[in-house]
Design a protein around this ligand. Structure first.
Ligand code: UT7
Length: 325
């Protein structure tokens, strides 16, 4: 039994609009709005980092849960944009937050599916050892991809979201999670920079390869729609429910057209899907916890509601969780 005790999030103050991007690269507000639904995104300040954003989201969820850092028994942090190659960001968060010497680890590189996968890992950790797990999804993508590449730069934003999970009945129960991976599609969406295939050196610097996000957007689009809708239906089937039982779906926010296609495949009305992509763009593994935090704060979720979280990202990885409030 894994329960969610509280919800938290953090978004940087600086707002970059589509018109701001149009001053920098060959794009327009109209193109970005029509193709993606994004109107603006948040960008971290120079004195912020993946760790500081994760800590801000952690402080937010601790307050929401009525807990202190001492209460946390484990941290799982999902990110594709870590503070450093090593050590992982979760270690830095553990210290900065003032936690005990608890175990922490990053779930790194699983793209935008990272947070929902981390919820699944936390669920199994709690099943073997009843503990309180801080689960964070954080992304500082603006610093990792080329600001000159209009194909990718305009799509992303920086943010963090978090939950605390524990064994005792609390505000919501994670009933089941379906997840999967298709590494056969790994090359469709990559950020190779800094890895052993493409280490940082003079050559990658000269080639501009140090921040090149390579993405076949159309293939990602098609697979994202299929996997997120199928995983959502499957997780409902596993708990003996159907889409008509769902009060709200919180999908990964990568593209409004992807979200719409998932919604239509599931046969649900617009009000059953939570959308905030217009404000934040694609914030990777932070989209789902950030959206869930907003949905709770904006009273989009009531006690008794069955909520589905669904996400898809590089790997390809995907995951869907059924959460009973
Ligand atoms: O979170 C998981 C990771 N990512 C995703 O889920 C992204 C999934 N894919 C998508 O969201 C969409 O495929 C995109 C938003 C990336 C692209 O939309 P699309 O409708 O699939 O456009 P496209 O790839 O077919 O490109 C259409 C045109 C191209 O020009 P040509 O080749 O037709 O002349 C692009 O060069 O749009 C051009 N283009 C742009 N034009 C203006 C690409 N980016 C821009 C831009 N502004 N920012």
């Amino acid at each position: 039994m894994a329960h969610i005790m509280g919800f938290g999030g953090y978004t940087p103050e600086r707002i970059v609009t589509n018109d701001d991007w149009a001053q920098l690269v060959d794009t327009t507000d109209e193109w970005i709005t029509q193709r993606t639904g994004i109107k603006r995104r948040r960008v971290a300040a120079d004195d912020e980092s993946t760790m500081t954003m994760a800590v801000a989201a952690a402080e937010s969820v601790l307050e929401d849960s009525g807990l202190v850092p001492d209460d946390i028994d484990e941290i799982i942090l999902a990110t594709d944009t870590p503070e450093m190659m090593t050590p992982d960001t979760s270690a830095l968060v553990q210290h900065q937050l003032g936690c005990r010497n608890i175990p922490t680890y990053d779930l790194a590189g699983s793209g935008c599916a990272g947070f929902v996968q981390a919820v699944d890992v936390a669920r199994s950790r709690i099943a073997v050892d009843p503990k309180k797990v801080l689960v964070i999804g954080v992304e500082l993508i603006s610093r990792m991809i080329s600001p000159k590449d209009r194909n990718t730069a305009v799509l992303f934003g920086d943010a963090a979201g978090a939950v605390i999970m524990g064994p005792e009945p609390a505000r919501a129960e994670v009933l089941n999670v379906v997840s999967g991976t298709d590494g056969g599609n790994a090359e469709i969406l990559t950020l190779a920079a800094g890895g052993t295939r493409n280490p940082f050196n003079e050559v990658t610097l000269a080639n501009g390869d140090y921040n090149r996000l390579v993405m076949d957007g159309r293939k990602v689009f098609v697979e994202a729609v299929r996997r997120m809708s199928e995983a959502s239906v499957e997780v409902l089937r596993r708990i003996g429910k159907s889409v008509s039982d769902v009060a709200l779906v919180i999908p990964h926010q990568a593209n409004l057209r992807i979200i719409e296609a998932v919604r239509k495949r599931m046969g649900l009305d617009e009000d059953k899907f939570f959308v905030n992509i217009q404000e934040y763009g694609n914030t990777g593994s932070a989209t789902v916890p950030l959206a869930m935090w907003e949905a709770v704060n904006n009273d989009r979720i009531q006690k008794g509601d069955l909520v589905v979280l669904t996400a898809f990202g590089a790997g390809f990885h995907w995951a869907a969780a059924a959460v009973q409030f």
